[in-house]
Design a protein around this ligand. Structure first.
Ligand code: GLY
Length: 370
């Protein structure tokens, strides 16, 4: 297991500098024919992935101090300010959006305005807390009782806000949500539901639809990755053993599945074997979660988590990275959802984010964005 991390870092740096110059103030999502052609700022300024580009650039600014990264990351802020003032299209994903932009900016530069926007987003997220069911509701429209595994990655915005303001209300909502996720989304064998529909008045669990995976009762790999990393982050922010145990439980399940397929995740660990679809974004996110777990467990337990993360990042680098600076998107073979037409086996901005975070974590050059 040999990774030349410095060499990979130099390739990331070269490619991302080229992308910054090509993109200017555009916000990328998925390249078409190797080039980012759609600017999410105008396509959909409230889209859930609109923070990852800036998050990756803040990570690179932190590690390199190259001001091109800081200047380009700042372009992602005004469209999110606009989305927040428009209000209605934002939902539980404000954590992904605002942690990677305004809060990252504040953490690295101390910018007071960026801090205020981060707190504004935390208030928005806390306002989605359902006190009867003790969960943060997902999406909008009539999905009043829906909670999803993805949201574990948004609650670090609440932990940050409590720490920043010395006000426990935000962390209270985050902990209640994480606890409900343990009960409603985590299954006994370490796999997870993507969605739980609860009665929004009583909090009673009603049904568990398929979501982005193959079917109800299956096992959407990116959802499992959200659980590995999300529970690990809840453990990091609270010190609670129940969250660390949950993160470890899902991690064991994830590792048992990917070690059968060369450390690359299928889109769904429980999908028909005659149709094989991969999702490299799930492997990259899970690798970051495993590295987080490795930092939280006693010394003797570390190697399994750490080495599995290295196996995953090595497999991704060897098989699925495009290092050509003239094309956009590093990590190939990401998948948005099982059999979602046109969105299977493509580079996706969050795949690049988690791959870069994973490499920087291995080098000790990352900063905690969550
Ligand atoms: N719903 C967020 C995701 O695609 O993972």
């Amino acid at each position: 297991m040999e990774m030349n991390l410095q060499n990979i870092y130099e390739k990331i740096d070269k490619k991302l500098q080229a992308e910054c110059l090509r993109l200017g103030d555009c916000i990328p999502y998925i390249p078409e024919n190797g080039i980012y052609q759609t600017d999410m700022k105008t396509e959909n300024n409230a889209y859930w992935t609109n923070g990852f580009w800036a998050g990756m650039l803040w990570q690179m600014y932190h590690s390199s101090k190259n001001d091109l990264y800081r200047q380009t990351a700042l372009f992602s802020q005004p469209p999110l300010e606009q989305a927040m003032s428009e209000f209605e299209r934002l939902h539980h994903d404000v954590g992904f959006q605002f942690l990677h932009t305004f809060v990252a900016n504040y953490r690295l530069t101390g910018n007071a305005r960026a801090r205020a926007w981060g707190l504004h987003a935390a208030n928005f997220l806390a306002g989605r807390f359902n006190a009867a069911g003790k969960f943060i509701r997902a999406w909008n429209q009539d999905m009043t009782g829906w909670m999803i595994i993805d949201c574990l990655m948004n609650i670090p915005l609440l932990y940050w806000a409590s720490q920043e303001t010395d006000d426990p209300r935000f962390a209270y909502a985050a902990n209640e949500h994480a606890h409900t996720a343990l009960k409603q989304l985590l299954r006994g064998d370490g796999s997870c539901n993507h969605i739980a529909v609860l009665d929004p008045v009583t909090g009673e669990g009603l049904e568990y639809p398929a979501g982005q995976g193959y079917a109800s009762g299956s096992s959407w790999s990116r959802g499992q990755a959200w659980a590995v990393y999300g529970f690990a982050l809840a453990a990091l922010h609270t010190g609670k053993k129940e969250y660390l145990d949950a993160a470890k439980q899902v991690a064991h399940y994830f590792i048992a599945n990917v070690c059968r397929t060369g450390y690359i995740a299928l889109v769904d660990f429980r999908s028909p074997s005659e149709k094989i679809y991969w999702d490299t974004t799930a492997s990259a996110c899970a690798a970051c979660g495993l590295l987080q777990i490795a930092q939280l467990v006693p010394e003797l337990e570390k190697p399994m988590y750490y080495n599995s993360a290295v196996e995953m990042l090595t497999a991704l680098e060897e098989k699925y990275c495009d290092w050509n600076p003239d094309t956009d998107g590093i990590l190939q073979y990401g998948t948005v959802a099982y059999e979602r037409e046109g969105l299977v086996h493509v580079p996706i901005i969050y795949g690049d984010y988690f791959f870069v975070e994973g490499i920087l974590r291995l080098m000790g050059k990352d900063f905690l964005i969550w």
